[in-house]
Write a protein that binds this ligand. Structure first.
Ligand code: PXL
Length: 280
């Protein structure tokens, strides 16, 4: 076990099992000290609830970062998730420049879209800014919808062939990120998976798992958090991508059948499995 410290920048959705309420427990369970920078506080996430409260914390970010800089605090990784504005993206870029240790890792989950659509409140200007943040990252974790928005490609839910994915990966690599971990890739009825593109080696590797025919909220955050925990713990990118996928599938399985739990997945029930696999 390493002794590493991650900073994750995303919102607190108080109820809804996404963003920081997912990242903090999952990365901590991986044995990593998890520092947080909440970008906003919402009563719930925006995906299915109505009437949620929203407290924007953008203007607090520079003073928080300045204090850390004064204290000489450095992070081994900075992982960004859902960000609420282009200004927050600019601040995140600045934080990566100033507060990462020398060999620190920039991990960006461009959490802004799914199933062919942008989440509520996002527009083209935000997409462009997110593409810029991805260009500065070591590792990005888009789903296919986010990838298509960022590179201006047509969104296809299924029925595509390998060239569609390799083209997306190449264009994502052109944004500037070193490694692309593309989620939600499927070439068959019963398998879903991850495509991992190393831009330096120009290599593409896949990990496929069973396809569960359910649509679950917050799984992108569960996936990215487990990936961040595993990679910071020293696992290879491929092993981290695989472990995060197995953990996410397990979390979804633990939720299936409970219709009252439509807003997120019961990842807590799968944490023992994550820790066990991580320590193998
Ligand atoms: O899971 C991504 C996410 C994070 N934070 C907020 C959201 C969403 C997705 O809808 O609304 C506030």
């Amino acid at each position: 076990m390493t002794d590493k410290k991650v900073l994750t920048i995303q919102d607190i959705s108080c109820v809804g099992q996404c963003s920081l309420t997912v990242a903090l427990p999952i990365i901590s369970a991986c044995g990593i000290e998890t520092c947080i920078l909440p970008s906003a506080v919402l009563s719930t996430h925006t995906g299915g609830f109505t009437g949620y409260t929203f407290r924007d914390l953008t203007d607090d970010i520079p003073a928080i970062a300045a204090h850390w800089q004064k204290e000489n605090i450095k992070f081994d990784a900075v992982y960004t998730g859902y960000l609420g504005s282009t200004k927050q993206i600019d601040y995140s870029i600045d934080i990566m420049e100033k507060l990462l240790s020398d060999d620190g890792v920039r991990i960006v989950d461009p959490a802004m879209a799914d199933n062919g659509k942008l989440y509520y409140g996002f527009d083209d200007e935000f997409v462009k800014a997110m593409a810029r943040l991805c260009g500065k990252a070591d590792i990005i974790l888009p789903n296919i919808t986010e990838a298509c928005f960022m590179v201006g490609a047509e969104y296809k839910q299924s029925g595509y062939d390998e060239s569609y994915i390799t083209d997306l990966l190449a264009k994502l690599g052109d944004l500037g990120a070193k490694v692309v971990v593309l989620t939600g890739v499927t070439y068959s009825e019963d398998k879903l998976g991850i495509a991992i593109y190393d831009t330096a080696a120009k290599s593409v590797n896949y990990y496929f798992h069973e396809k569960l025919n359910v649509s679950s909220h917050g799984t992108g955050d569960v996936y990215a958090s487990a990936f961040c925990g595993a990679v910071t713990q020293g696992k290879s990118i491929y092993d981290s991508a695989k472990l995060a996928a197995d953990f996410t599938v397990d979390s979804i399985k633990k939720t299936i059948g409970d219709d009252t739990h439509w807003y997120g997945v019961k990842f807590e029930k799968s944490l023992p499995m994550l820790v066990q696999e991580l320590n193998k």
